[in-house]
Design a protein around this ligand. Structure first.
Ligand code: SAM
Length: 242
């Protein structure tokens, strides 16, 4: 796709999904795509390599949370991988202060360099495990919004993510199918970590007027401080989820 073709395809895809995308934002997404596909030849960043699929499955999908993030807030993207949703969010929401966290150092180096190339001063990339950063005073209960896309089952995810949220803040988990079942299973974990489910929001990803895939946002409010014993060591979280 040429740059103008990409910009036009991007604007149509966002419009179809009820979102706006300015020509400048679409241009920035074009630059991000070129960089991601070029680095992807030597590093495993994404299995989605067709530009039109990247627009829908990475960019439109990532930005579905934007409407649920209040202005001028702090966000941590736990398990950001190649920067989803954090990089598109940083392009579309210059008002946010975003931390992108991942346990894989080379992906974080890619995210950091990409943010610098794209001039995204609102994004900081950190290499580390969520269960280790969630107990550090400078990260624990410091964020208005905690988000995660395709990282773990909700029961595991809540113990990893809720410690980062301020009381009064929220966690937004991006799920495809089985969101309802996961939410039912995670009930006790949510309560134990200081959370309360606000809503499960179905928001299908539309590819055209008659083709779509199921997506869900699970929004959990942080009502009380997470007890000091959470998050536990990852082996305990995964072997014996709350
Ligand atoms: N969020 C990205 C996306 O939607 O494309 C990446 C998803 S990828 C399937 C899951 C990522 O979560 C991996 O990059 C992995 O390193 C990271 N991850 C899993 N568990 C983690 C943990 N406990 N702490 C930090 N990163 C973690």
């Amino acid at each position: 796709m040429t740059r103008p073709e990409f910009v036009s395809a991007c604007q149509s895809a966002f419009f179809l999904n009820g979102m706006e995308c300015t020509p400048e934002q679409a241009e920035a997404l074009f630059d991000l795509t070129q960089r991601m596909l070029s680095v992807n030849q030597s590093m495993n960043l994404t299995a989605i390599t067709e530009e039109i699929a990247i627009i829908f499955k990475h960019y439109v999908d990532s930005l579905m949370i934007s409407a649920h993030i209040p202005p001028n807030t702090s966000v941590i993207d736990v398990g950001c991988g190649a920067g989803f949703p954090s990089l598109p969010l940083a392009i579309f929401r210059p008002d946010l202060r975003i931390v992108a966290l991942d346990g894989t150092a080379k992906r974080i180096r890619y995210v950091e360099e990409t943010a610098s190339i794209l001039g995204l001063e609102n994004l900081t990339a950190i290499s580390g495990r969520a269960e280790e950063y969630g107990i550090k005073a400078e990260f624990r209960e410091q964020f208005d919004i905690v988000t995660a896309r395709a990282v773990a089952n909700l029961r595991v995810l809540c113990e990893l993510c809720l410690p980062f949220a301020k009381v009064g803040g929220a966690m937004i988990s991006m799920k495809s199918a089985q969101a309802e079942e996961e939410l039912t299973e995670a009930k006790s974990c949510i309560t134990q970590c200081g959370g309360k489910t606000r809503k499960l929001l179905p928001c299908d990803l539309k590819f055209s007027n008659d083709s779509s895939e199921s997506r869900n946002l699970i929004i959990i409010d942080k009502k009380a401080a997470t007890p000091k014993n959470f998050p536990r060591h990852f082996s305990k979280i995964s072997k014996k989820p709350l």
